[in-house]
Design a protein around this ligand. Structure first.
Ligand code: SF4
Length: 303
């Protein structure tokens, strides 16, 4: 069976749109109507004319899409595709810190469950975190769940006091400076570009630090021909697409950064969920409390 053709037929029959994250396998990205980062996908989902959204990514992304699109059916091709970092903070720790400071904002990376968002004052993405945190009136910032992004933001906003939580993305966390240095030796003219979920030691090696989308824009606009890319390897598909015909080359660490959860999303599973309506995402019970920090982010980021 031609899976892509069958998916295209089912999309028309079910009035569905397929959204894919940059980190899912290239063959799934190729089936998608839109490819982007989690924030782009959640926001885009709001503007679509369709009754069903197939979200090719991990569960917190599908949950955000559902919260922002309550009237639409949202399907997740593999319901076990979950982000470990999205759970890496507990309520008791957040409550204890809230008790210690009067002037505190809980800032939550969008890569988190709805429940964790509901404990927060505002959400951020890796591309708008610095701007949003600067806009907040509070001096003390509890940044959850990612300590590396939190540390990166704290360096850009030194006028505020940051309290960091011990959470991390396992894929970015395990990148080590030695592997970056090996790549630099092999490709001395390459620019090093990194996602702020990498450790501080790895970020020190970078010529450019930015969100996945900002990294893609950087390689598309740069005069350089070679890039050492420090994020999940799935992004290669979009980088190659955006620079087609330019001869630009992309190198990733030897311990290939694959997100095992994003990799669970396969063309076969996309087809199955469209055909059978499986993997439907329910509305989280804390939807109101979790949507408020998302809306606040949109408002502060637009200022
Ligand atoms: S790459 Fe990291 S942050 Fe993104 S979904 Fe995978 S584990 Fe989570």
């Amino acid at each position: 069976m031609d899976i892509a053709a069958e998916v295209a037929r089912l999309k028309r029959e079910k009035d569905a749109v397929i959204l894919a994250h940059y980190y899912v396998p290239p063959e799934v990205q190729d089936m998608a109507d839109y490819v982007g980062d989690s924030f782009y996908l959640a926001r885009l989902a709001r503007t679509l004319e369709c009754s069903t959204i197939v979200l090719c990514g991990v569960s917190f992304m599908a949950e955000s899409a559902k919260m922002l699109n309550p009237e639409r059916t949202v399907l997740l091709p593999d319901v076990t595709a979950d982000c470990p970092m999205a759970h890496m903070v507990n309520k008791a720790d957040v409550d204890a810190i809230k008790q210690r400071y009067d002037d505190l904002a809980v800032v939550c990376y969008i890569n988190s469950t709805a429940e964790i968002k509901s404990w927060s004052d505002v959400c951020v993405t890796s591309s708008n975190a610095v701007k949003v945190v600067r806009e907040l009136p509070q001096h003390n910032i509890l940044f959850i769940p990612d300590m590396h992004l939190g540390h990166y933001v704290s360096e850009q906003v030194p006028e505020k006091n940051f309290i960091l939580n011990r959470g991390w993305c396992p894929i970015h966390h395990r990148m080590i400076p030695q592997e970056v240095e090996e790549l630099e030796l092999a490709h001395p003219n390459a620019r090093v570009i990194a996602h702020p979920e990498c450790t501080q030691e790895v970020l020190q090696e970078a010529d450019f630090i930015g969100s996945t989308k900002q990294m893609i824009d950087y390689v598309a606009q740069s005069d350089a021909e070679e890039f050492i890319v420090l994020t999940v390897v799935g992004v290669r598909r979009e980088m190659e697409k955006m620079t087609e015909g330019s001869g630009k080359r992309f190198y990733f660490p030897r311990t290939t950064p694959v997100c095992v959860n994003m990799a669970k999303v396969t063309p076969e599973k996309v087809l199955a969920c469209l055909r059978d309506g499986t993997g439907e995402v329910g509305m989280p019970t804390c939807v109101e409390a979790a949507t408020t920090p998302l809306e606040r982010m949109l408002e502060l980021a637009a200022r």
